[in-house]
Every structure is written in C-alpha cells, then in structure tokens.
Design a binder for this molecule. Structure first.
Ligand SMILES: *Cc1c(COP(=O)(O)O)cnc(C)c1O
Length: 387
C-alpha cells in the first residue's frame, strides 16, 4: 500500500477519535466529502466571456453557477464569488479590486487579534498599499471610535478592513459606516472566522447593510471545504473582482471544492440557524464553565459572541502552563485546540453537543494531568453528525 495513504489513514483514525475544538476547522459531511473527492477533483472548468474554454465541463459549470446562487441566497447578497481557493486569496482579490498602490488601508492590529496578512510585510508590501492600525481597546474588544475618527482625518484611507482571527465580539457597523462615509472610505468585512455564524444569522447578520464587501474562509465556522467566498451587492465591485481572479490571483478554481461548498451551502440553508445559535450559546457556556473550574477565560462575564473563547494566559501561568503546554496536555487526552489559547465550539456543535459542563470538566482534569482519554472516547462514541 502507498506509504502516504497509510499516513493519511492514521491521521483519519487519530482525528476521528478526538474532540476537535480548533477554531479554524470544521467537519465535512459525507455528502460534501463525496463531492470533494469526485471526478471533478481532476478536471478543468473555465469560462471566458460566458463561453466555456474546456470540453466536458458542462456539469462543473452547472455546479459553479448553482453554488453561486445558493451562497448568495444564504447571505442575502446580490452577488457571490465562490471561486477563491482560500480566505487569504479572497482577501487578496478584494484588496486588488478596492485599493491601488500608495493608497491607505486601515485594519485591526495583529496585537489585538487582527489577521497577520494585513500587517506590513505581507499583503501591504505585495500590493503596495500602506496599512494603518484601527485603534482598538483590547480589554473591551471594541474599536476606539474617537481615535478612529482622528486617524481617518490624517490618513483618508480608501478602505477599512474589519475582521479578526481572535474574534469574540461584534462591531458597531452603523457607527463605522457613519465614520467612513464622509471620507468616501469603503468597508470590507473579513469574516473568515465567522462566515458560518453570519450565514446562520447568529452573529452580525446585517454585515452587507453597512459594508461594501463580506468575504472569508469557507471552512472555519462555515462547515465547507477549505476555500474562500466573496459577497457584495455592488455590481461594479463584483465585476472588478471577477477580473482580478483568473490569471491574476489564480487560475483553476478547483471544481470539486466548489461542488463540496455547494453541498455545504445546502446543509447550511437547511440547518444553519440551529447550528449557529448552538455554537454561540456553547461558547458562552464553555467560557463560564471553564472559568468556574479555574481555567481563566478572557472577557468574563460575556466571554464570547462567536465560535471561539480565549483562555487567559496569566491564569495558565499560575499553574505552570502556557498556551503550548495547555494544548499539548489536552491533545494527549484526545482534545484538539490550537497552541494560541483559542478554543472553538463550531465542530462540537455540529454534533449537537450542548453539555459544556461535561467538556469543561474533562478539559480541566486533563490540564491538571489526569488521564481522561477514555472518557473523551466514550463521549465521542455516543454522538453523530446532527447539523
Ligand atoms: C484564517 C484567516 C484568513 C485566511 O484564510 P485561509 O482560508 O486560511 O486562506 C484570513 N483572514 C482571517 C481574519 C483569518 O482568520
């Protein structure tokens, strides 16, 4: 047997026996996996001026256009671009379309959980724009509006990008729009982490009322294959973005990935609201339960409005742990979180889990050094995909 395939099988067995609580990941249904590994995975499909450039692509193109319709109706947007092969590529396409060289852009600083790609050496250097940090209050997870107004006057940015990788609180979008309007500044919302929650109307469901563009990953709180989407109601922006895709940001859009995204969008249309509201209530409960058990979670008493909570590093330090050792102890016991202090509830909510006390207790015992692997397995054996 292939050496690689045997490693893949080990991975599957390993991750299927774990409680997966990584904030950037989710689980693909059997139907979505079938689409992803279908014959489309090795085919080409490309339309130039509405005409197909490849033979044999009629079904791939039907899937592409049906998925665009499904995704735009899910988000209530006029236009949906489903071809970007990742959230980062989606962001690159949006920036290419809305910003020119030497323009100014504002985004949430990495130090406050903003996405690293918007920091100086990455997208700004590549695309030639200048990035400034949106003034942000870490303790309350809110934008400092008075300071933002001053910065807007000094920089007159062409674009303001919202969205974070450490993302627990909504933005006051109406206020941001009022601040941006007089400067003619466009607003893009990088919802990579929260796309599933927006689709399920459990978080910032009105993004497109206030922002010009909503974009992000399709595999974090949105339970699709790894990829990206862009949504807008603005036809000019949509057309500019389309021109910035083929031969500029990418070529092949991976038809089997779009097919799997379409399947996930159908699932999201069916049960997204139940899923997303459970995700959000689970995050709040898990934050509270962990905090009560002595694993400090930031932003008590509200903890989180999304699919992620952020463990307090100072509280871990008191028991001689840091984010890495915290994550490693959990992993030894079959609970997977990242090494940066974030804990996610998206995937466990897909299984309909709602007993956060039970999970918090297992986590706390594992962190103390107890072996709870068998209890984790036992818990997993009782469940199956619900949403
Ligand atoms: C994860 C993330 C990205 C990158 O998405 P990929 O799908 O991994 O390319 C972009 N922006 C934010 C805020 C993210 O959290």
């Amino acid at each position: 047997m292939s050496e690689i395939l045997s490693i893949v099988r080990k991975h599957n067995e390993f991750r299927n026996s774990c409680l997966n609580m990584q904030v950037s990941e989710n689980f693909l249904s059997m139907e979505a996996k079938e689409a992803l590994s279908s014959d489309m995975a090795s085919r080409y499909s490309l339309e130039i001026d509405g005409k197909e450039a490849y033979g044999g692509a009629k079904y791939s193109e039907e899937v592409l256009h049906t998925t665009e319709k499904l995704v735009s109706s899910l988000y209530g947007s006029k236009f949906a671009e489903v071809r970007p092969i990742g959230g980062h590529i989606a962001s690159e396409i949006v920036l290419l379309s809305l910003v020119s060289r030497k323009d100014n852009v504002l985004s949430i600083p990495e130090a406050n959980g903003g996405y690293t790609g918007y920091e100086g050496g990455y997208l700004p250097q590549m695309l030639g724009f200048k990035n400034y940090h949106i003034p942000y209050d870490d303790a309350t997870q809110e934008i400092r509006f008075e300071n933002l107004e001053k910065l807007m006057q000094v920089t007159s940015p062409n674009l303001l990008v919202l969205g974070q990788s450490f993302f627990v609180r909504h933005y006051d979008l109406k206020r941001i729009m009022e601040i941006c309007e007089p400067h003619g500044t466009k607003i893009a919302y990088d919802g990579s982490h929260v796309m599933g929650l927006i689709a399920g109307k459990a978080f910032q469901k009105d993004v497109l009322e206030y922002c010009d563009v909503l974009f992000g990953s399709t595999h974090k709180s949105f339970f699709g294959p790894q990829g990206g989407i862009i949504l807008t109601n603005d036809e000019d922006i949509y057309n500019t973005m389309s021109r910035n895709i083929t031969w500029r940001s990418m070529d092949n859009y991976h038809p089997s990935r779009v097919a799997a995204l379409g399947v996930a969008a159908e699932e999201m249309t069916r049960s997204g609201e139940k899923y997303a509201s459970l995700v959000v209530s689970n995050s709040h409960s898990l934050g509270k339960e962990l905090n009560d058990l002595g694993i400090g979670v930031r932003f008590s008493p509200w903890f989180s409005e999304t699919h992620q909570i952020i463990v307090d590093s100072h509280s871990l330090n008191k028991s001689g742990l840091d984010y890495r050792s915290f994550s490693e102890r959990l992993e030894e016991n079959g609970i997977i979180v990242d090494r940066e202090g974030r804990v996610g509830t998206a995937e466990i909510s897909r299984y309909g889990f709602n007993n956060m006390h039970e999970i918090a207790e297992l986590m706390q015992r594992a962190v103390k050094g107890e072996r709870v692997k068998d209890q984790v397995r036992e818990l997993l054996s009782q469940i199956s995909l619900k949403y």
